[in-house]
Design a protein around this ligand. Structure first.
Ligand SMILES: O=c1ccn([C@H]2C[C@H](O)[C@@H](CO)O2)c(=O)[nH]1
Ligand SMILES: [Zn+2]
Length: 132
């Protein structure tokens, strides 16, 4: 699937964001290696800390449906400037592989592509928990 299509799906998910406190909508679209797409939006809470980011909503949907082989995740926050994934989301993405591609987009034409390895270098991951 092309980056443009995945970004459009993230923009569509962004419209579903539940953001009564920040007003900051974010949408994400996870593409699995099988070619399936799971989208997500951010969901806030009156007690603030339960808030979940769009990226983790999309990952939770994919993993809970049995799809852990993540190829790419497209993220759209601000439409004016690129919005990068927060540290918590970077760690959660990294859980499923260091080569996962991250598309950070303002729209389907203006985006940058990274790997999670670039956005979270020298990371801690599942392999580090193996007993010596
Ligand atoms: O990677 C991020 C960073 C922030 N947010 C959301 C959380 C909160 O609802 C709003 C403002 O931080 O943006 C995301 O969805 N993804
Ligand atoms: Zn986040």
């Amino acid at each position: 699937m092309e980056a443009e299509k995945l970004i459009e799906m993230a923009i569509e998910a962004r419209e579903k964001a539940y953001v009564p406190y920040s007003g900051f909508k974010v949408g994400a679209a996870v593409l699995t290696k099988e070619g399936k797409v799971f989208t997500g939006c951010n969901i806030e809470s009156a007690s603030y800390s339960p808030t979940i980011c769009a990226e983790r909503t999309a990952i939770a949907k994919a993993v809970s449906e049995g799809y852990r082989d993540i190829d790419t995740i497209a993220i759209v926050g601000s439409l004016e400037k690129l919005s990068y994934p927060c540290g918590v989301c970077r760690q959660m993405i990294r859980e499923f592989g260091e080569d996962i591609k991250i598309i950070v987009a303002k729209n389907a034409e203006e985006y940058k592509e990274y790997t999670i390895r670039e956005l979270l270098p020298e990371s801690f991951g599942p392999e580090d928990l193996e007993n010596e």
